[in-house]
Design a protein around this ligand. Structure first.
Ligand code: 13P
Length: 289
């Protein structure tokens, strides 16, 4: 069931768990995430970066695929189709294409411009029933061409952006896209605590979910994180399973070259990763809360 992310995140915040955002790259990814959410009765957010949207030939294709798949698979759990790290133009494209949620990443604009553009997009999104995420501070590392220095968000700025009426707020707290470096300092819980105190019931978003130790994830949820984004970890699971299939020579046996066989272990591996994350985030069984 395609919905905006607003209600599921309000419930997650009140219930002290987090909803996973799993970024999708193609049909197999989408199917794996949807089937796992349905099996585990969990709400879920499908994240689409601008790069992934382009890869899948455009946001219209993505929205049409997700809508049709949701229907054909008989998905009844709440599913939000969300633009990840959207540009101003990308947000409008996704709104037109039929996404149910957008993220406007205005973190690289001067704060006044970020505020003006965010306010405009909040009004447009809400008038059409979409949810909207904004970002303060920046997420370190690189994701599909979006590069961030990784500075921690200023809690005052978070309050100001939260007051613009966004439905969820991504705040940099030392998190990084992609794999974490060996001597990573960890999440800044002091920053997160200060942000949560300033922003109250606002669902907070933790990007860079790949590779954050379990105890840190749990503490972040305790301190108000209600949405956690995972991208790289599903890619790594897919890669590992596909590599194993080929290294074992299975693609050379019988009809092992059939893409439906060749991609099956990777798709199963994504399901296992999504399940593991949903268990950790506490969203299992929460679809009908
Ligand atoms: P990872 O690729 O580190 O899991 O981050 C995902 C993310 O934050 C998507 O916006």
């Amino acid at each position: 069931m395609l919905v905006s992310a607003t209600e599921m995140l309000k419930k997650a915040k009140a219930g002290h768990y987090a909803v996973g955002q799993f970024n999708i790259n193609n049909l197999e990814w989408t199917k794996s995430v949807l089937l796992t959410a349905q099996e585990l009765n969990s709400p879920v957010i499908l994240g689409v970066s601008e790069g992934a949207g382009k890869y899948m030939t455009g946001f219209k294709t993505v929205a049409a695929m997700v809508k049709a798949m949701d229907e054909e698979l008989g998905i009844t759990v709440p599913v939000a189709l969300h633009l990840d790290h959207g540009s101003y133009e990308g947000c409008y494209k996704c709104i037109k294409a039929g996404f149910t949620s957008i993220m406007f990443d205005g973190s690289h604009y001067p704060i006044e411009e970020n505020v003006a553009k965010t306010t405009e997009l909040v009004n447009v999104a809400h008038a059409l029933g979409l949810s909207i995420e904004a970002e303060v501070g920046s997420i370190g590392g690189e994701e599909d061409g979006v590069v961030g220095a990784g500075e921690c968000a200023d809690p005052e700025e978070c309050k100001m952006v939260a007051d613009l009426g966004v439905d969820m707020l991504a705040a940099g707290i030392g998190n990084i896209h992609g794999k974490y470096p060996e001597h990573w300092a960890g999440l800044s819980f002091d920053t997160l605590d200060a942000i949560q105190q300033k922003t109250g019931i606002m669902p907070l978003v933790l990007h860079g979910g790949t590779g954050i130790p379990e105890d840190m994830i749990k503490k972040a949820i305790d301190l108000g994180v209600s949405k956690i984004n995972v991208n790289t970890e599903c890619q790594l699971s897919f890669q590992e399973a596909t590599r194993k299939y080929i290294e074992e020579g299975k693609d050379l046996q019988g009809k092992g070259f059939d893409p439906r066989k060749l991609l099956a272990p990777g798709a199963e591996a994504i399901r296992a990763t999504v399940k593991e994350k949903m268990e950790l985030f506490g969203s299992i069984g929460k679809a009908n809360d």
